[in-house]
Design a protein around this ligand. Sequence first.
Ligand code: CDT
Length: 299
Amino acid sequence: ARKLHLAVAQLGPVQRSDTRAQVVRRLIELLEDAHSRGAAWVTFPELALTTFFPRWSLDDPADVQAFFETEMPGPLTRPLFDAAREKGIGFYLGYAELADGTQYNTSILVGRDGGIVGKYRKIHIPGDAQARDGAALQHLEKKYFAVGDLGFPVWQTPDAAIGMCICNDRRWPETFRVMGLQGVEVVMAGYNTPSGYVQWDEPIHLRMHHHLLSLQAGAYQNACWVAAAAKAGVEEGNPMIGGSCIVAPTGEIMVRAFSEDDEVINFVCDLSVSEHYRANIFNFAAHRRPEHYGMIVER
Ligand code: CDT
């Protein structure tokens, strides 16, 4: 058995008036909680430093820029890196990134020494580029974020082969498969999933069902562990699902958040479970038939 102790730090709502310093303080408390339980890595949500601003159509550049980071760590986020280094715990953090004039929905992987191991920029950007006339709910990620340009890398850390994705990415099998082909052992994912959808009148219970279904399928079909962190609860009057969880390569949920607030969950993962699936049912070299999958990338 190869044991790796993972934690997920779900965040409750972050309101627009909450300062970065206040949010970073919450993140540090969650990181310390994860460390006190013995976890080696902790996953934080997507856009963890701010409210989920793509619900609004903001046109004043100053309003938009207030949600973006131009350096990581910057003066206000450095205390989180310092706390991680002091405790020797690694983390995934989602944030809005402004880089050379381009805006991305980004996550970073920070090692147990407090150094940045890798960066991922969200590829499956959902929603609209322009507000829908008369719609009660808006989801405007395409207005604010360019499509990520870094692919789906997997980083070989001293503890495990770790990959990242962000929210909507988890619904796409290609996300997991590209990392699965690189031997990923742990996929970390942050998300902000509104309880109400903009596109059609889908029953609300399906939000949680599709969230869990996607993670469980991704984990099983690619023989990896998945650590998924929500920003949950009611932000600026808009409810978002909780359901943060750690999923095993069996496709089973090993632990799941109870609340829609700040909450740590943790599980000691046996990474060798992946090896059994990779040697048998999901032995890609023996059983995959890519010569019949061309249409996936040609269309
Ligand atoms: N943040 C994010 O990607 N949320 C999406 C909502 C899609 S509704 C247009 C999600 O997949 O959960």
